[in-house]
Ligand binder design. Structure first.
Ligand SMILES: [Zn+2]
Length: 345
């Protein structure tokens, strides 16, 4: 995802509550030493952390503070604001995973940096992005920093959830939660990026509340892929295909097994397809794949509600197995066989 260094809080979409809390900290002058931003991937947590770092260091805001309770929108034009926007501020430090891990050495290095005074900042800000990528050793090392917070420094942990962090770390942070982005806001965002309104509406629903996911979907040939997968499933659900369906499901499994990166997407897509079938069976039209309603109806007629629900379970089981590094081909074979039986159920 391209990181857009927003100018200020007003550029952060759909996170009014989080923004309100953060600006409240600045207005009251009562800023916690450690914050934990939690919420799903791709909804603006890191962007907000950097805007907050700007607001804490903005010279314009610092001048205004003398007159109390002024707006705390960073000006974007003073030296600290510009340096933070460019990623060049020596006292705004971002720690990120390397090869999907944050190791103890990274946290120790951070400790050494924080042991000396900030270079120029009013408030030094450390952002630990994807904090769930810390192993327990790194977490314990961070705990020491949280127990004796370095002067003039604010630590911001960013994580998709809190249960994968050490409880002792979580308890030392003030939590600020970020919420999923509504479908319509994702669609508007995609339209601004030049996606046609019709396509943006569908992708907005498929993106599951995340800006970065919406961008990913817009960037790939997602709709073509969906068409490919759903056509296969329409054939699998069609009795007239007879025994050819077994061969088809095995060929599909083989193709999926070759594309490890794409497999979770396909499972998610299939889950949305069966979920939509369940919704239609329940008499509602509140589907995700809303451009496919007639086809969803047709597929739903061929399947019992029980079968649809157990297929959703089977997809979920397969997804968990893949995430736990199970053999992909075997997992897909078993899943497809079960789904296929489900059509008859
Ligand atoms: Zn400024």
């Amino acid at each position: 995802m391209t990181i857009n260094f927003a100018t200020g809080f007003s550029d952060i979409s759909n996170q009014e509550k989080a923004v309100h809390r953060l600006t409240g900290f600045i207005q009251s002058g009562n800023i916690p030493h450690a914050l934990l931003f939690s919420g799903m991937e791709g909804i603006g947590k890191k962007k907000t952390a950097l805007v907050f770092a700007k607001a804490l260091n903005c010279q314009t805001i610092a001048r205004r503070q003398a007159t109390a309770r002024q707006p705390v929108e960073p000006c974007g034009i003073c030296r600290p604001c510009k340096k933070i926007a460019a990623g060049h501020h020596p006292d705004v430090i971002v720690v990120e995973p390397e090869q999907s891990r944050i190791k103890i050495s990274a946290i120790r290095d951070l400790g050494h940096t924080l042991a000396v005074k900030p270079y120029e900042a009013l408030q030094r800000v450390v952002v630990i992005d994807q904090a769930q990528a810390m192993n327990p050793q790194a977490g314990n090392s961070l705990l020491k920093l949280l127990e004796e917070p370095p002067a003039g420094t604010i630590l911001i942990l960013i994580a998709v959830n809190t249960y994968s962090l050490l409880p002792t770390v979580v308890s030392r942070c003030q939590q600020v939660s970020f919420k999923p982005i509504p479908d319509h806001a994702l669609a508007e965002y995609l339209i601004q990026k030049g996606i046609s309104p019709e396509k943006a509406k569908i992708l907005g629903k498929l993106a599951n509340g995340s800006f970065s996911r919406a961008e990913d979907l817009a960037g790939t040939e997602w709709l073509q892929r969906r068409e490919w997968v759903i056509r296969i499933f329409e054939r699998l659900g069609d009795d007239r295909q007879g025994d050819r369906r077994v061969a088809l499901s095995m060929a599909f499994s083989e193709m999926l097994a070759k594309d490890r990166d794409g497999i979770v997407d396909v499972l998610e897509l299939l889950t949305s397809w069966f979920r939509d079938m369940a919704v239609v069976k329940g008499g509602s039209e509140n589907v995700i794949n809303m451009d496919l309603i007639p086809r969803i109806r047709q597929a739903a007629q061929r399947c019992s509600t029980m079968a649809v629900l157990s297929n959703i379970d089977r997809l979920e089981t397969a997804r968990k197995k893949i995430e736990a590094n199970a053999n992909i081909r075997l997992t897909m074979d078993v899943m497809l066989m079960n789904l296929f039986l489900g059509f008859r159920g």
